[in-house]
Design a protein around this ligand. Structure first.
Ligand SMILES: [Zn+2]
Length: 266
């Protein structure tokens, strides 16, 4: 998907159709012609899932540190500052509470535009604090995932976030509070190997790339050609790794239906 400079027109990278922005928004940021999903961030997801004006952000004060003094072409803190400025986001996940239909819920949404939605210590900490809030207040948890995996600039500290988020989700499960994860394109690496796949119900968007290592790495390692559609939502549904594929426009209604079954308190 490409947006024109004035933001009024979108060009679909799958079919080439050019659409007026209002039409794209009415279609939940999908191509009106071929139904391809355009990449969206936390702002758009919150508009789609939360009841109007009910989202309250929490834990935005939690920011990444630079425990390793990491530098590639630029120093990590400088990179973070540049991305913050470019994206107007403070990290790769936005966490808060909102109403989804009649249910008050914890909602965490990842932003792929912030360092590829990578999970560093701030992302892990925000999600963990959100899970703990859900346990304290008896609220269901919804996570919308989009990630390239762990954040390499924080190395082992990023990997520890997999354990931390998984351990707190076990406490949420012990408290018998439902957790639904929504996997969007792409959900890979350490995020798919932790909280993304720990949902009581796992929903995926159509044709999303979901997996741990990328297909090229796997092909090179096992020296075999991978089957068509490998690591796409439809393939994963067939193999039983996710519970359902839901079009973006129906995700909110689906969440409400599931919560009505799994969670009685309204
Ligand atoms: Zn299209």
């Amino acid at each position: 998907m490409k947006k024109s400079e004035d933001g009024l027109w979108y060009k679909c990278s799958a079919c080439g159709e050019i659409s007026y922005h209002k039409v794209v928004i009415e279609n939940y940021y999908t191509c009106p012609k071929c139904k391809s999903n355009f990449r969206i961030g936390s702002k758009e997801w919150i508009e789609i899932l939360a009841e109007p004006n009910t989202f309250e952000e929490h834990f935005s004060e939690i920011k990444s540190d630079d425990p390793l003094g990491f530098k590639d072409t630029v120093k990590y803190p400088k990179r973070l500052k540049e991305i913050e400025k470019k994206t107007s986001l403070s990290e790769a996940v936005k966490c808060g509470t909102c109403y989804i239909g009649p249910f008050k819920a914890g909602l965490g949404v990842m932003d792929f535009s912030f360092m590829g939605g990578s999970m560093g210590s701030a992302v892990g900490e925000r999600i963990t604090l959100l899970i703990e809030k859900c346990i304290r207040e008896g609220m269901p948890l919804i996570m919308v995932c989009a990630s390239g995996g762990a954040r390499m600039q924080e190395s082992i500290f990023s990997l520890m976030q997999m354990v931390k988020t998984s351990a707190s989700l076990k406490l949420l499960s012990d408290a018998r509070i439902p957790y639904i994860s929504v996997l969007t394109h792409p959900t890979t690496g350490g995020v798919s190997a932790s909280f993304a796949f720990l949902g009581d119900v796992i929903i995926a968007e159509p044709n999303a790339l979901i997996g741990f290592a990328g297909p090229r790495v796997i092909e090179q390692t096992i020296r075999q050609k991978l089957p068509d559609g490998f690591q796409r939502s439809e393939f994963l549904l067939e193999k039983g790794q996710i519970d359902m594929i839901v079009e973006r426009r129906n995700i909110k209604d689906t969440l409400v239906k599931i919560l009505k079954i799994l969670y009685k308190k309204t």
